[in-house]
Each structure stands twice: as C-alpha cells, then as structure tokens.
Ligand binder design. Structure first.
Ligand code: ATP
Length: 567
C-alpha cells in the first residue's frame, strides 16, 4: 500500500488532535490556493512536406503537385493520373486548391527548424505548469516518424523536447523517488519499500535496453540490414542546445522538478505499455485499460511511469519503447508504424522543503499516429490489413470528432462529439476540452501517385485548424501553501479515513471524497464474454458514467462558449 501524504505528517504532531483540530489544520493550508489562467486559441496545425527519395524522383513521382506560398500556404494541383483529375471537367482549365496552415515547412526544413517552429513553445508551456499535446497526422510514408523521432544523428521533436526540458531544469532536478505522479493530475508519496522497488524496476528497464542493444549488434554483425531510426541508445548529438534552448523560467530558490516519462501504444484498439516486456512465453502483450478520474480526465490505468533524472535516461526510455512498438514492412514503407504511439512527460514542480510540497503537475503528450492507407496501394493482407482497418477507423473517428467540435463551435449549439468511438480520441478528449494546448503536425509526401490521399489530409487539416481549444493553466505560486487539490489528495490517500493520530474520523467532506472512485472505461472483454447478466449490469453502470460525463462535458462546453464569445 502507498504511504499516505497524511502519514508523513505524523512525526510533526505532538498532541492529540480531533476533527476540529483537523479542520483548523486544513483551513490554514487552504490559505493560499493554486490559481488558474484560462485561454483559448485555435488548434495549431503545421504542415511539413517531405523531400522525394531518389527512387521516387526516378519513377516520375515529381509532377509539381504541391507548391508552397510562404510562410503558411500550399497549393495543390491534381496530376492527370489522380482520381480528382479524372472526375473533373476535362475542358475546364486545371485549377489549384489553396490550403492555409499555422506555418508550412518545405522539404529543405531541418529538424531543428521544425522543432523551433512548432513544439518549442509548447515545451515552455509545460515547464511553466501547462499541459500540451502534439500529434502527427498524415498518410503512410509521409514522414511522421521522421519528424517525431528522427534518425539517430538527426533527432526529431521528441528527443529535442527531452533535451530542452532537461536543459531548462538543470541543477533543479528533484531526483529522489519519494513523490510519484498517479492517475491524471495527482501524485502519491512512496514508502521506503516502494522507492527501492521503483529503483530496481528502473535498473531492470535499462538492463533490458542494454540486452536489446547487444542482440541488435550481434544481428547486425551477421546481416547487412541498413541502420534504422531505432538503433542505438545514446542521446544523439542535438546541435546547438544550451543557450538557445534556455527559457527564463520564474522559479524560487527551493523549486525543483521531478520528471517522469511513460510510453504506450494503441494497437488494434488495445492499449499496451511499451515499457513492459512481453511476459515470457506469452503471445500477446498485456492490455491496459483507459480509466477516468473523478473529474472526468482520462488516463491509462497501470501504465508504467519512470523517473528520468536527465535527458539521457528519458531518451533510453524512449528507445526501449520504440523497440517494443509494432512496426512492419508494407509496400509503401519498409518501417511502417502499425500503432499510434504516445510518449508522455509529466513534470512535478516541487517545493523542496522539509516536507516537499507539489506546486503543480503538468504534462507534455507526444503522439505519433499511424498513417492512414489505401489497402489497394499497400497491398496489405491478413494481419497488416486488420491493422490498417483499425488505423483507418480510429483516424476517421478523429476526423469525426474534429468536425463535430468545429460544428459545435460554429453553431454554438452543443453537438455530440464521438470521442468514445475510438481509444485514441477518448484518450485525447481532455486536450480538446480544456486540458491544455494542442498542436497537430501534418506530414505530406508530394508524390503524384499519392495525390488523392494528400488532398484528403489537407482537407481534414483545414477543418482542424478552425477548432478552438480552451486551455486551463495552473500558475504555480512561489512558496505556495498546499493547494485545495493537494489537500483533497491528502484526504483521499488516507484510505483508512483516519486522522493525524490514526483515529478514525467522521467528516462529511472526507466521506464524500473517499466515496468517489476511478471509472474504468473499458469493459474487460473477457468479463464481457463471461456472463450476459453481468453485461447488463455493466451497461447500466456505463450509462451512469455517460450521464455524469454529460454534466462534465456540458460545463466544459459552456466554458468553451464563453471563451468563444470573447474570441
Ligand atoms: N524530412 C525528411 N527528410 C528526409 N527523409 C525523410 C523525411 N521525412 C521522411 N523521410 C523518409 O521517408 C520515409 C518514410 O518516413 P516515415 O517512416 O517517417 O513515414 P511515416 O509517415 O511515419 O510512415 P508510417 O505511417 O507508414 O509509419 C523514411 O525512409 C524516412 O527516412
């Protein structure tokens, strides 16, 4: 069992306390609370156009279908072979379609320029206490993973983000394992035993990476496979960091940052922890559930969070996860991601006092989405075809959600947004409903043979650009007292409902808090199969959850409307 935050205070209590004392103690803690800043802005949508490969140029794929009007517009002209051209009026002159983005990055754009122009400001946001989501979008083979992860010698936005985070918290890393994030926006204090378990688990994780590396090098000695983006485990040389990547963060002398990372994938509508090795002899990975905390925030239950004390450790975790991710060779991409991968960095801003105090918890979520694909073009069969079906369905749901959000905001009438139709959208829901800033990096391939798919991606991006995202940011107080949330956690964590001296307390506040529980989003499939009676009970429970959710959504929606009217 986790040691409660409450228990940590035991040493300092010298006299007997009753409920009134407890109230007094809490009211002094409530004296200064966290404050929130609400902002709203359009979803930032960036476009990156990847260069042709030599094979593509030789095959006549370069037909000037995509041209850039700097800094934020692209023109699309249909090649004669495309479906759009075949369906259009042959006698009419060929017209180009124009699409506008937050910014367009051409084929010559370096990884550093890409990072600086898109994600850098979001990383700053997270270091200042906000939450940010970055997700890639595009058809297969368009350059999403290149942008997201990049080759070892040419790091993408994820390793660069890690570098920037650790450059900015240098000398202020809280490397004790006493406080760990949990659920969505909470934390727990670990007992001595739990801390040593945590340390062992981290050592084992890094050992796995080493073993994997040894295997990789012995394989590469016997085969001539070319180097992929996944090989190697050392932090690549991310050029020009320290001075340019430093933000002027406002922190007081006692502020430290505890950084935790996790990595999971959504594969065939199942969530897997990429940091958990496949159990010995098992054919399948363990499936994790999506849950919701009492405030309706989604989180992956039982997902492994690893404390990273420097960029190198965070990078190692990333490499290990990538090794476990589902990739396969398709006709269009030799190393095609067959799952949506989600790398999260959670930062706890801690006031390093005798009893360390958490002032804010913020998160950077980076998703590399699998690419949509035309099965006729990829010529996928069997497992690959099933994967493609799931990838396309979840991307279609993302499209439906973005459309519904846009329509809701346009008509100012609530509209059902089908977030729950796919794991991906359900996971991302919070970001579209006020949890933080969001940015989409769209990747396209200029090949003439992919024109129709590219056109669809750009049409979708145009709608996405119009969606307004409401952001609520916690402003950490310098030397703040405990926040209301932290107090609520103190109460919650004291699972036995005992007072500071271990006596059972009776308080309506405490009763209400402890009666709330997390709600599992997924009905375990095995349980589902077990009994139809259980099914109907479960359905009822889920219905109740849906009703609760509606209330929460309505609040969020009204907030959005309010902010839209200010917009
Ligand atoms: N900006 C770029 N510069 C040079 N090469 C690139 C660039 N973007 C992509 N590539 C190359 O194009 C190929 C496809 O890229 P990548 O694997 O990133 O596509 P993807 O969109 O992630 O595909 P999938 O959805 O199938 O996983 C790779 O060989 C990659 O190295």
């Amino acid at each position: 069992m986790m040691e409660s935050c409450f228990h940590n205070k035991l040493e300092s209590v010298e006299r007997e306390m009753n409920v009134d004392d407890l109230r007094k103690d809490l009211s002094s803690e409530f004296h200064s609370q966290e404050s929130y800043v609400e902002e709203s802005e359009h979803l930032q949508v960036y476009l990156r156009i990847r260069p042709f490969t030599s094979a593509e140029s030789e095959n006549g794929e370069s037909q000037d279908c995509v041209s850039i009007e700097p800094p934020d517009t692209v023109l699309l002209r249909a090649p004669r072979t495309s479906l759009s051209a075949r369906l259009s009026d042959k006698s009419a002159p060929q017209t180009a379609q124009r699409f506008q983005f937050s910014q367009v990055f051409g084929p010559e754009t370096s990884q550093r320029e890409m990072f600086d122009g898109t994600v850098r400001s979001l990383v700053k946001e997270v270091l200042e206490g906000g939450n940010s989501l970055v997700f890639t979008y595009g058809v297969t083979n368009a350059g999403k993973t290149f942008t997201f992860l990049g080759p070892e010698a040419n790091a993408g936005i994820l390793p660069r983000s890690l570098n920037v985070i650790f450059n900015n918290v240098e000398g202020r890393v809280y490397n004790q394992m006493t406080i760990k994030p949990q659920r969505c926006r909470e934390f727990t204090r670990l007992t001595k035993d739990q801390q040593s378990q945590e340390a062992t688990s981290k050592r084992n994780l890094f050992r796995l990476l080493k073993e994997g590396d040894n295997q990789t090098s012995s394989i590469s000695q016997t085969s001539s496979t070319s180097k992929t983006t996944l090989e190697g485990s050392a932090l690549s040389d991310v050029e020009g960091t320290v001075t340019e990547d430093s933000f002027s963060l406002v922190v007081d002398a006692h502020t430290k940052f505890s950084v935790w990372v996790s990595f999971c994938e959504i594969y065939n509508e199942n969530i897997h922890d990429l940091l958990e090795p496949i159990p010995n002899g098992a054919l399948k990975r363990t499936t994790l559930r999506l849950s919701q905390d009492v405030k309706g925030n989604s989180f992956v239950k039982d997902l492994k969070w690893v404390q990273a004390n420097n960029a190198e450790e965070a990078y190692k975790v990333m490499m290990l996860g990538k090794k476990n991710q589902s990739f396969a060779s398709t006709k269009l991409n030799l190393l095609s991601s067959r799952s949506h991968s989600i790398f999260s960095v959670r930062i706890l801003r801690i006031e390093d006092a005798r009893i360390p105090r958490v002032n804010s918890i913020s998160e950077l979520t980076l998703c590399d989405l699998a690419g949509s694909e035309r099965c006729a073009k990829t010529q996928n069969k069997g497992e690959r075809l099933k994967e493609a079906g799931n990838i396309n369905t979840s991307l279609m749901t993302l499209g439906k959600c973005i459309n519904a959000l846009r329509q809701s905001q346009q008509s100012k009438l609530p509209q059902h947004v089908p977030f729950r139709e796919s794991k991906l959208t359900h996971y991302l829901q919070g970001f579209f409903c006020g949890r933080g800033k969001a940015c989409m990096v769209v990747n396209v391939n200029q090949c003439a043979s992919l024109y129709d798919e590219t056109l669809n991606v750009l049409k979708f991006s145009a709608v996405a650009q119009k969606v307004v995202v409401l952001t609520t940011k916690t402003v950490p107080h310098l030397a703040a007292k405990r926040s209301a949330r932290e107090l609520s956690m103190i109460i919650n964590n004291n699972a036995d409902g005992k007072n500071l001296l271990g006596q059972r307390r009776r308080s309506s506040l405490v009763g209400w808090e402890t009666s709330l529980e997390d709600v599992d989003e997924d009905v375990d499939r095995e349980e589902e199969e077990e009994s139809t009676t259980e099914d109907s009970v479960m359905e009822e429970t889920m219905q109740e959850v849906e009703d609760d959710k509606f209330l929460i959504d309505k609040d969020a929606y009204e907030n959005q409307l309010l902010s839209l009217s200010r917009y």
